[in-house]
Design a protein around this ligand. Structure first.
Ligand code: 0A1
Ligand code: ZN
Length: 867
């Protein structure tokens, strides 16, 4: 069997459902191998649909046990079952009740979609199309129903039984069984359905909403881990408070439950009133979690909670509208985190991740618009483009219309679409209504794939005290121009030129809605350096030819923290791509002055300035024939040079930021910032002097009182070959032998060592007792980190790195196609590699293609990657 292009589903083919389901009554009797689900569905023809044909209910991997229509068994001749579901040949043209009884095996469910078991806990994952693995259903987001769910289980096996909505009743069933009934009054699509059953411990806290509703918030975790759930619970409360303050959105049920499970395909899921989380984004104590873990937990708890309005109360009409909930909710969680932490530091983090993940996607074979117009497998569209570029579009909209109009538009959007399945058009219409503006040109951002280029050229006329700036945009695809908000200013030798005026950018933002434009600044008293795209006001690539000296002026003098950081990144990137000792000295001197002046005032920001562009970013700046080894060498040489040049300062920083004796750990942003700078200093020192660095890092490792410092020290040591490294890795592995989430860090760290021996290391680690191909976190830690974070070894010219990943994809595909497909996306940039590596990659991809019976998930990525 050859791998064919899987058939496409197209946005233009969207039709309303022929039937609707208003109410769903589920009775779920949990059993490890034969869980029985009785679904009573209240169906009716959809007046907006065309209900004259047969009724097809989606189903996947189900055993049908019974089928009744209005209380009478449906004769065998009146329906058919196949791999895609169940068809009623002649459904009634009036409202009717359908009882569907199915049986599933949650223990055998390795895809982690539908109902499955992880560490003995029953849980579900229904987005995007997992509900059809529980019962036959109209499994599409525009079919919204009110659900009542009865769950029954052996008390011993599942003392905790959770569902969507509010608890209604609970009680015993015979000797050793019990049940619970949950009712969710808010109509919802099937993808938001969830149940959980198992032995779980919990922590809880009360919250009173601004509307006066008393809510019990709870976080459920593996029994004995309750002490690790407190930070997540606190983040729930802070998210609830923030959404009331920032968006006027209150919670709408009596309980809000979060459950942590160990095997989960993604980060977390916003099921109504019952969020299910990858435990990596819930569990945290200082001994096991890093500052980054705490920040992720806060952000993801917030993200899922914010979905309650942007996603659940207002959902998506179809999966093409995925960015409607995801882009908007990422924007909301970014705003939340910015308010909880340092806004500029957070913004830099957002952009780093956009550039690391979304820019390459947008430049490669998997490129797609933020709102795709066709897909073969929707689960492959939970991408950086839909999420992160989707969030950038919302941010640009706010910049375009201003914060007050933005808030009014959001209120309008929620009011007009509450309880509905909406589209991107509905979203934009709300803002058009409140502002009276035509947003049709802005809407092109949703349709056009690729990262626009913004080029800028300036000219100064000293006599006229006038500065003229020419801006032009270019997109990789044909079409009319985009609307690009360009936040900007001019910077003189002593700082921003506040006296300069520009009529077309009065409030510091120019809206470029043509292919090119000329801006004139008057009263410019000296030759300025333009500071463009402040705060990264649009997701574009900026082409602006500045000298190092001009960029370093921005680093020293600009008022925009983002562009100060960007200036240092730009200088460093150029030095990686074209090494130059004299210019590196000048850069080091500027960094030194920067550190002397303000490192200790804002350590988190300083740590970011010291973090050079990644190897992937350097590769991304090249158009083709990429040699990852050359990039690695150049970047390493730059770090070593800077490490040596800055050594005295780094030593001072190291000393100044040493924690006080006996000080206890706090995950707050300021404390995390001090740790980040101290650890960045350590790493740079070690690059400059590996021997001394290894010794210092070893001392740090021994002295560490929290996982952030311990892991940072270990990461530094891991880059320096030798006995110290092997001893440190071994002792860390032993110390955390029974902490899978910590071992994941240890797996990832070893998988990203940029040395030939790493392949053998990974092969050995696959045999580690804690490693399991059935747990996505383990696979991502060991194999995903390798493919995404070790460019020299993944893209080895001999093909062995590619082979490691390709073999994992093949081995995993039938058990868990979603994870297999995600791993495969690592090949996205293969065509831009130099010839030998490119050939090796093509061979591996074709080798996967030859495997019979590939999943649609993997086939879809493969076909697009090879196209
Ligand atoms: N809506 C979730 C993401 C998600 C998507 C698919 C899943 O299936 C395994 C799970 C989660 C979010 O944005 O957090
Ligand atoms: Zn989401």
């Amino acid at each position: 069997m050859r791998t064919e292009t899987p058939p496409l589903i197209r946005l233009e083919d969207y039709r309303p459902s022929a039937f609707l389901i208003d109410r769903v009554n589920l009775d779920i009797v949990l059993d490890p191998h034969a869980t029985r689900i009785t679904a009573d569905l209240a169906l009716r023809p959809n007046p907006a649909g065309a209900p004259d044909g047969p009724l097809h209910l989606d189903g996947d991997d189900l055993t049908l046990v019974g089928l009744d229509l209005d209380g009478a068994p449906v004769p065998g001749a009146d329906y058919a079952v196949d791999a895609s579901g169940l068809t009623l040949h002649r459904p009634p043209r009036r409202p009717f009740m359908l009882r569907v009884v199915t049986e599933v095996d949650p223990t055998a469910n390795t895809k982690l979609m539908g109902l499955y078991r992880t560490d003995g806990v029953y849980c579900t994952q229904c987005e995007a199309d997992g509900f059809r693995r529980i019962t036959y259903f109209l499994d599409r987001p525009d079919v919204m129903a009110v659900y009542t769910t009865r769950i029954e289980a052996r008390r011993e096996e599942a003392p905790v039984l959770l569902g969507n909505g509010n608890p209604v009743e609970a009680g015993p069933v015979g000797e050793d069984r019990h049940y619970a009934v949950w009712h969710d009054p808010h109509p919802k699509p099937a993808y938001l359905f969830a149940v959980v059953g198992g032995r779980l411990g919990k922590v809880e806290a009360p919250f009173r909403t601004m509307e006066g509703r008393d809510v019990t918030c709870a976080v459920y975790v593996e029994p004995g881990r309750e002490d690790r759930a407190g930070y997540a619970l606190d983040a729930v409360i802070r998210s609830m408070q923030w959404d009331e303050r920032a968006f006027g959105r209150a919670y709408d049920l009596d309980v809000f439950n979060v459950v942590a499970v160990s095997a989960f395909n993604m980060g977390a899921m916003e099921n109504k009133g019952l969020n299910i989380f990858n435990d990596k984004y819930v569990l945290a104590v200082p001994e096991t979690a890093t500052d980054a873990d705490y920040a992720n937990i806060e952000a993801i708890i917030a993200h899922e909670y914010f979905h309650n309005w942007s996603g659940n109360r207002v959902t998506c009409r179809d999966w093409f509208q995925l960015c409607l909930k995801e882009g908007l909710t990422v924007f909301r969680d970014q705003e939340f985190s910015s308010d909880m932490r340092s806004r500029p530091v957070h913004r830099i983090g957002e952009v780093r991740s956009l550039r690391a993940r979304q820019f390459p996607e947008d430049a490669g074979p998997l490129r797609h618009p933020v709102r795709p117009n066709a897909y073969a497998e929707i689960n492959n569209f939970y991408t950086a483009t839909v999420y992160d570029k989707g969030a950038e579009i919302v941010r640009m909209l706010r910049t375009l219309i201003g914060p007050a109009a933005f808030r009014a538009g959001m209120d309008r959007y929620f009011a007009d679409n509450d309880g509905r399945a909406a589209t991107v058009e509905d979203f934009l219409a709300a803002f058009a209504t409140v502002t009276g503006r035509d947003l049709s040109a802005f809407a092109r951002w949703y349709e056009r794939p690729g990262t626009p280029r913004l080029s800028a050229q300036g000219a100064y006329d000293a006599a006229a005290r006038r500065y003229t700036l020419h801006l032009a945009q270019a997109l990789p695809t044909e079409g009319p121009p985009l609307v690009i908000p360009v936040a900007l200013g001019l910077v003189g030798a002593g700082g921003p030129l506040d006296g300069a005026t520009c009529a077309s950018a009065a409030d510091g933002v120019f809206i470029l809605d043509r292919i090119e434009a000329e801006l004139v600044f008057e009263n410019v008293t000296e030759e300025p350096v333009p500071s463009l795209l402040r705060d990264f006001s649009a997701p574009v690539r900026l082409d602006l030819a500045l000298s190092d000296a001009q960029r370093l002026r921005l680093l020293a003098r600009d008022s925009d923290p983002f562009n100060r950081w960007q200036a240092a990144q730009d200088v460093a990137l150029r030095l990686i791509l074209a090494p130059d000792a004299a210019r590196t000295d000048a850069f080091a001197e500027a960094l030194g002055t920067f550190l002397d002046g303000e490192a200790l005032a804002d350590p988190a920001f300083a740590a970011l300035v010291l973090a050079l562009p990644t190897e992937a970013e350097a590769a991304d700046a090249l158009s083709g024939d990429i040699d990852p080894d050359a990039i690695h060498r150049a970047r390493h040489a730059l770090r070593a040079h800077l490490g040596r040049a800055l050594a005295p300062r780094l030593t001072r920083i190291d000393a100044a930021l040493a924690p006080a004796e006996g000080a206890s750990y706090s995950p707050d942003a300021a404390s995390a910032g001090r740790r980040a700078l101290r650890n960045a200093a350590l790493d740079l020192m070690a690059a400059g002097d590996p021997q001394a660095g290894a010794a210092l890092a070893t001392r740090r490792l021994d002295a560490a009182t929290n996982m952030t410092d311990r892991l940072a020290a270990l990461a530094t040591i891991a880059q320096i070959p030798g006995e110290a490294r092997e001893a440190a890795l071994a002792s860390f592995g032993e110390r955390y032998a029974h902490e899978p989430l910590v071992l994941d860090k240890w797996f990832a760290l070893q998988a990203t060592i940029p040395e030939e021996g790493t392949l053998a290391r990974i092969a050995a680690l696959k045999g580690h007792p804690a490693f399991a191909m059935t747990n996505p976190n383990r696979v991502r830690a060991l194999i995903g980190s390798f493919s995404m974070g070790n460019p020299t070894q993944f893209a080895r010219a001999d093909g062995s790195g590619f082979a490691l990943v390709a073999d994992t994809v093949k081995a995993l595909d039938s058990a868990n196609p979603q994870i297999a497909a995600r791993l495969l996306t690592a090949f996205g940039s293969w065509r831009r590699l130099e010839k030998n590596r490119r050939q090796a990659a093509a061979e591996m991809l074709n080798g996967i293609k030859a495997v019979p019976g590939l999943s649609r998930d993997v086939a879809d990525i493969l076909v697009r990657t090879l196209k």
